[in-house]
Design a protein around this ligand. Sequence first.
Ligand code: URA
Length: 433
Amino acid sequence: MRMYDLIEKKKHGGELTRDEIFSMITSYTKEEIPDYQMSAFLMAVCFQGMTDREIFDLTEAMATSGDTVDLSAFGDRSVDKHSTGGVGDKTTLIVAPIVAAAGGMVAKMTGRGLGHTGGTADKLESFPGFEVSLSPDQFVSQVQSCGVAVVGQSADLAPADKKLYALRDVTATVDSIPLIASSIMSKKLAAGTRSIVLDVKCGSGAFMRDAEQAEILANMMVRIGESHRRNTAAIISNMDIPLGHAIGNALEIKEAIDVLQGKGPEDLRTVCLALASLMISLSCGLEQAEAEKRAAQTLESGAAYEKFCQWIELQGGDATYAKNPALFGDAKYRQDVLAAQDGYILSCNAEMIGTASAILGAGRQTKESTIDPLAGIVLHKKPSDAIKRGDVIATLYTERKEMLSDAERMVTDAIRYSEAPVEKQPILYKIIR
Ligand code: URA
């Protein structure tokens, strides 16, 4: 196989064979194909697309390019969830213990914050002592004993995707649906669970800005999962505005605990119950209606909250913080952002709010930056809420006083007002099973 011929074939809209795809991915992982040739191939995919069969083969080739996790000990019970990333997305912290309390085995590898979006690993590290790097044996044994473990992604999981993703990032080839779908699903397949539930976010704070594209991506990922004999389902949810009220690591942990204690914002609870019931249905083999009942019961009975405390403790975290979130304390500096006029909140740009939270210290400016767990933003008002000029619409928290004015300007710019009443946006657009 000559890489030149594969580039030529794809450039003219041809379909690569399974052997050609596997051989290309194996050689690229071994550094036998230079980045400039792979870049040309990726660009050809951006213009010509791929058939479903090519996408399934590409996903499998990347998934098997490094370590794979063996979760066969859990039979059909192992389940994973993936979000395409958003602002204020703390759903894993709530969904994982709900599902574990209902009998599913949540074995999840998770990422760190990227750009304006937060990462579950960073959030969990707000608990003193919490350990996101478990050995494969510790990972499996924790899932066995408590039904949930959430760890950082193993360094050698889908290494072909790691190389390709870094290349796509610098060659303007990220936004191709076949490449995004195969990239995400290669990691999910390698991570080994029998069932996979995807939360495809759509709107100003998400990768996919429009609902049509989000649906195409979600359907494609579900087809990839099913073609590899994994039970796969997806929801498409609103990321035009941040999810819940809290953005920032410890702030989001506190809000997640609120939901687990039967309080918390309605939009967050709705998304969590939708995800949890799909995960319970797939992993425990229940009808959807029964799974929904089971998810709501574990939340209402306090079983999910108890499971959360057990999980944090088993993974080395100080669970007294889970029982008494006031122990997290508050950031040294805080500043309120005030409404500029009477009326209603029309919109709240999620990307800008995420970026403001990151510059306050909740995200990284460079790969080496450290996260400030107490930094972030609490939104007191969201679209459709009535406001009076001077009302507090958001509070900023930081340890870096000098960042407050930039963040305040960004939050102010992110909010749009209306004089007329504004209809509430739906939080769930679609469920795909
Ligand atoms: N997340 C991934 O893992 N891969 C992509 O291509 C896009 C988002």
